[in-house]
Design a protein around this ligand. Structure first.
Ligand code: AMP
Ligand code: GLY
Length: 451
């Protein structure tokens, strides 16, 4: 198969690398791609939101399948346009991508089908929203723009002033454009967060290995929200009993609800969950692979990603072979100093080899450019330095060792990725058994399996 991957970040790099392992795949292309991806797939300078441009490119390359990875082209209907031209696709149609494209839609869906989530109200009028917040008088208050906002449309207001400012900036000042014309105000939930990506063809759903994102810019979860500063998989808070409850009360009810609404979801459905004292609840749905979750999930997949994608397209996921490797995978994101606000681009990255890699890890490129034989920074999140090992500590040690070999002016990364997960494992009596299992496994198998 010849496959075109749409997008140009660390997630797309991870998808390209997994597809490259498939016997089915003969050629890989990416648009727009980035410096690191260009070492493994031919890249074309077509924007990921240029629907006509991508359709033209797919025709020119006569590809067999197009994988649409980012949210915006999915919400804009790129899959529909490609299907109209007869291409096999991976990703939901516009009608199904609304599950991420509109928070109002997703909240109403959950309410209608009794899927556990935070209680909420929807507002289009700033005065009414403020009146409601004052009457509730309960903080923190959670205020969300309805539409896509690069992961920045959620404000956790600590007091009335912050809540009023958030509502005004979204509805009156249009900080997120039309995305903020409607806002959702919801109950503040507490508990550890878990990301679960799943494969689904609309009828069968196969959850992938769970993961934990680290959204804030600085250590100890301080600073602004970002697209994600690092991930670990699996997430120790996602126990077998939580998984069972999620499958019964959240995952299957969601795909069944989408089908019942005439919006059958095909592709990767991402569940952003919070494990509250009252059980798991949905914080958000995404209509795509997460970034940087994909960078730790796909390396753990023991299966043929191209085959899984074809089976999803053919509504035959139930016959796909999907297993997960033992152990843990960790990704430490190296970002430009200043991210998620303003930062320079074009800084030379040192420490990478000619393929943009470093020994002992796999480096997924998020925002890089290859120019005149050098890798340059070209975005806020620049690299995702990823390793796996039989233990979480082992994977983290490897990731941080690799990070220490890479540098550029004012590079920034969190030094505490995985710390919370390690603590959870230490506090978990079940983990003692797991540690014994691991030791037995090590003894039986020698050392581990890098991707
Ligand atoms: P979202 O983009 O919807 O995932 O929200 C971004 C982040 O805001 C989440 O990862 C949570 O940390 C936080 N958040 C969103 N909704 C809530 C809620 N109802 N209660 C507490 N925290 C929330
Ligand atoms: N890492 C969060 C997301 O992909 O939305």
């Amino acid at each position: 198969m010849k496959i075109l991957v749409v997008g140009g970040g660390g997630r797309e790099h991870a998808i390209v690398m997994k597809l490259a392992q498939s016997d089915k795949v003969e050629a890989l292309y990416c648009a727009p791609g980035n410096g690191g991806i260009s070492k493994f797939a031919e890249c074309f300078p077509v924007s990921a939101t240029d629907i006509d441009g991508i359709v033209e490119l797919a025709k020119k390359l006569s590809v067999d399948m197009v994988v649409v990875a980012p949210d915006d082209p999915l919400v804009l209907g790129m899959v529909d346009a490609l299907r109209k031209e007869g291409f096999m696709t991976f990703g939901p149609t516009k009608a199904a991508a609304i599950i991420e494209g509109s928070k109002v839609f997703s909240k109403e869906l959950m309410k209608k089908y009794n899927i556990p989530t935070a209680a909420y109200e929807v507002f289009t009028d700033a005065d009414k929203a403020i009146k409601y917040l004052k009457a509730q008088d309960s903080y923190p208050a959670v205020i969300k723009a309805d539409g896509l906002a690069l992961g920045k449309g959620v404000i956790i207001a600590q007091n009335e002033q912050e809540a009023v400012d958030a509502v005004n900036s979204m509805i009156n000042d249009k900080k997120f454009g039309e995305s903020g014309a409607r806002v959702v105000i919801e109950e503040f939930l507490t508990g550890p967060e878990v990301s679960v990506l799943s494969f689904t063809d609309g009828e069968t759903l196969v959850p992938m290995i769970s993961s934990m994102d680290h959204k804030r810019a600085y250590d100890n979860d301080e600073g602004l929200n970002t697209g994600g500063m690092g991930t670990v998989a699996p997430n120790p808070y996602y126990t077998d009993s939580v998984q069972k409850e999620c499958m019964e009360k959240i995952f299957l009810p969601t795909i069944n609800a989408m089908k019942a609404e005439g919006r059958t979801f095909e592709g990767c459905l991402y569940f952003g969950l919070m494990i509250t004292p009252k059980g798991p609840k949905v914080i958000e749905y995404n209509c795509r692979f997460g970034d940087p979750e994909t960078q730790v999930v796909l390396p753990m997949l023991d299966g043929d990603l191209a085959d899984i994608m074809v089976k999803i397209y053919n509504h035959d996921l139930k016959n796909a072979k999907i297993d997960w490797k033992q152990g843990y995978c960790t990704c430490v994101v190296m970002a430009s100093g200043g991210y998620p606000q303003s930062y320079p681009k074009g800084l030379e990255i040192s420490g990478l080899d000619e393929k943009g890699q470093v020994e002992g890890a796999f480096v997924y490129h998020a925002g890089t450019k290859f120019s005149d034989g050098k890798f340059l920074t070209n975005g806020g999140r620049v690299l995702g330095v990823t390793c796996n090992s039989l233990t979480l500590q082992g994977a983290l040690d490897k990731s941080y060792k690799a990070v220490s070999k890479i540098s550029w002016n004012n590079a920034h990364f969190r030094t505490d990725i995985g710390k919370r997960a390690l603590k959870a494992l230490d506090n978990d009596p079940l983990n003692l058994e797991y540690k014994q299992d691991l030791e037995d496994y090590l003894e039986d198998n020698g050392v581990y399996l890098r991707q």
